[in-house]
Design a protein around this ligand. Structure first.
Ligand code: NBP
Length: 479
């Protein structure tokens, strides 16, 4: 066949990715969609792309050079399985099937194993950046085998976003590694957005500034260490005026946040791995709390503090909020990278954490200057156990921790929810603590369940005979 790469699934993501591929020198792109309409529309709207259309899977396979390479961009879940089955029927050993949908990484592990048995390669690939990224340059997180990467690498490098001269793609690791990293990326995105929302709320309620005025604050922040796509678009959203009412758009949008589930996956996976991603979890929970109008309706008259927030020096307060946001952001990223580190250990993936921070610098929603600091940290110490202990972040936390504490105290005093700010600080203080009350938890567990404990002063495992004479005995380690 004439095409060197194919795309199956021509909704917004697939058609944009196909156009991106077609725009690069040397590519001829085969396209297929379950229903004919999207294929025909893409053909007529983009004759310049030179697409090779096909209307069934035999025709699609025949339109591709061997070894065949095809990227699936369909609705994640059962649709992906049905397209994989259809491609496996018409492809041959050595061909490559890439799933660019938002698959759960455990599905990708299962699919990779099943497809590999046919001799066909399967690559689960995280794609970030939404429709614009797909068209102009996404951040790409492919997993799969080294052989697949040999073929795919040059093609993916040619379509990825470029950040500081480097394409935003790397071979993340085997089988489900790419989708795992994409999942954590989305979790970090949830935290980043929630932290920005808390900062906005505090400034608004603390200083009485209008959304348009707060937009200027964010625009200014975007000139400094917080520079990022999310801070930039926050200013744009806050500036927007509703045409119908003349009010700030943010004041007429219903305050119930939606979610497509990848944040919840990040937290569920972290729970399974035993990784405390508390900032990300609070961000997911804050969205769920917002979207229970029936509970909020019956709770509106619950008692709050008598005094509302009054800020004496608005500029100083806003600077405190900025520092609290920065410190909490460091925690969220540190937790996200901790989850990737733990996932890599659990699933035996050789993930280069510094390379991950670099491919997130372009294309994706969490792109930010800040990611360069993460790359620096891992370049200096590749096996850094806790990201926020890198010297640059320690400096930043040293500068911001007083402000962070003031803001959370102020928020609590004034009855303003700041769940991600507060949980991030608790995590930080928990990590720092020389002694944790976990010792008491162990005592309680031993009391009611004979779960045993270890001692600080000698090796071994112990149990106190709580219902007997309360002497201590050596015990089998039962955790
Ligand atoms: P959708 O997620 O809306 O999926 C629509 C596509 O899936 C259509 O091409 C549709 O074909 C096809 N499809 C379905 Br539905 N069931 C099928 C089946 N049983 N067999 C074959 N094809 C089937 O499209 P999208 O928003 O372009 O997203 C594509 C993928 O990219 C998703 O997995 C998404 O999670 C992921 N993603 C999206 C974004 C984003 O910003 N939107 C970002 C990153 C990743 P039809 O035309 O015949 O109905």
């Amino acid at each position: 066949g004439p095409a060197n790469i194919g795309v199956v699934g021509l909704a917004v993501m697939g058609s944009n990715l196909a156009r991106n591929l077609a725009s690069r020198i040397g590519n001829t792109v085969a396209i297929h969609n379950r229903s004919r309409g999207k294929t025909d529309a893409l053909m007529s709207e983009h004759p310049e792309a030179g697409f090779v259309p096909s209307y069934d899977y035999e025709e699609f396979a025949a339109s591709l050079q061997k070894p065949r390479t095809a990227i699936i961009m369909v609705k994640a879940g059962a649709a992906t399985d049905s397209v994989i089955d259809a491609l496996v029927d018409v492809f041959e050993p050595g061909d490559i099937i890439v799933d660019g949908g938002n698959a759960l990484f455990t599905d990708t592990i299962r699919r990779e194993k099943a497809v590999r048995e046919t001799g066909i390669n399967f690559v689960g690939m995280g794609v970030s950046g939404g429709e614009e990224g797909a068209l102009l340059g996404p951040s790409l997180m492919p997993g799969g085998s080294d052989e697949s990467w040999d073929t795919l690498g040059p093609i993916l490098r040619s379509i990825a976003a470029i950040a500081e001269g480097e394409p935003c793609v790397t071979h993340v690791g085997h089988d489900g590694a790419g989708h795992f990293v994409k999942m954590v990326h989305n979790g970090i995105e949830y935290a980043d957005m929630q932290l920005i929302a808390e900062a906005y709320d505090l400034i608004r309620r603390g200083t009485g500034r209008t959304p348009a005025q707060i937009a200027e604050v964010f625009a200014e922040w975007n000139e400094g260490e917080l520079e990022s796509y999310l801070i930039e678009i926050t200013a744009e959203v806050l500036r927007q005026v509703d045409a119908d009412t003349g009010k700030a758009l943010v004041d007429v949008i219903l305050d119930q946040a939606g979610a497509k589930g990848t944040g919840a996956w990040t937290v569920q996976t972290a729970l399974n791995l035993g990784v405390p991603v508390s900032g990300i979890a609070e961000a997911v929970f804050a969205r769920s709390l917002s979207s229970h109008p029936e509970q909020r309706a019956v709770s509106g008259d619950l008692p709050g503090p008598a005094e509302s927030l009054s800020v004496a020096d608005p500029d100083a307060f806003i600077e405190d909020v900025r520092l609290a946001l920065y410190a909490s952001k460091i925690v969220a990223y540190s937790q996200g990278f901790d989850e990737i580190r733990a996932g890599a250990a659990e699933y035996d993936w050789a993930i280069d954490l510094g390379a991950i921070s670099k491919i997130w610098r372009g294309g994706c929603i969490i792109r930010a200057q800040f990611l360069n600091r993460i790359a620096d940290a891992y370049a200096q110490t590749p096996d850094l156990p806790v990201l926020l202990t890198a010297p640059y972040f320690v400096d930043a936390l040293t500068r911001s921790q007083d402000a962070w504490r003031r803001i959370i105290a102020t928020a609590a005093g004034a009855g303003i929810p700041a769940p991600a700010f507060s949980s991030s600080l608790s995590y930080y203080d928990g990590l720092r603590a020389k002694r944790l009350p976990a010792a008491l938890i162990q005592g309680q567990r031993d009391f009611f369940g004979a779960h045993t404990y270890k001692r600080i002063d000698k090796p071994g495992t112990f149990h106190t005979l709580w219902s007997g004479d309360r002497t201590e005995i050596e015990a089998e380690d039962t955790h």
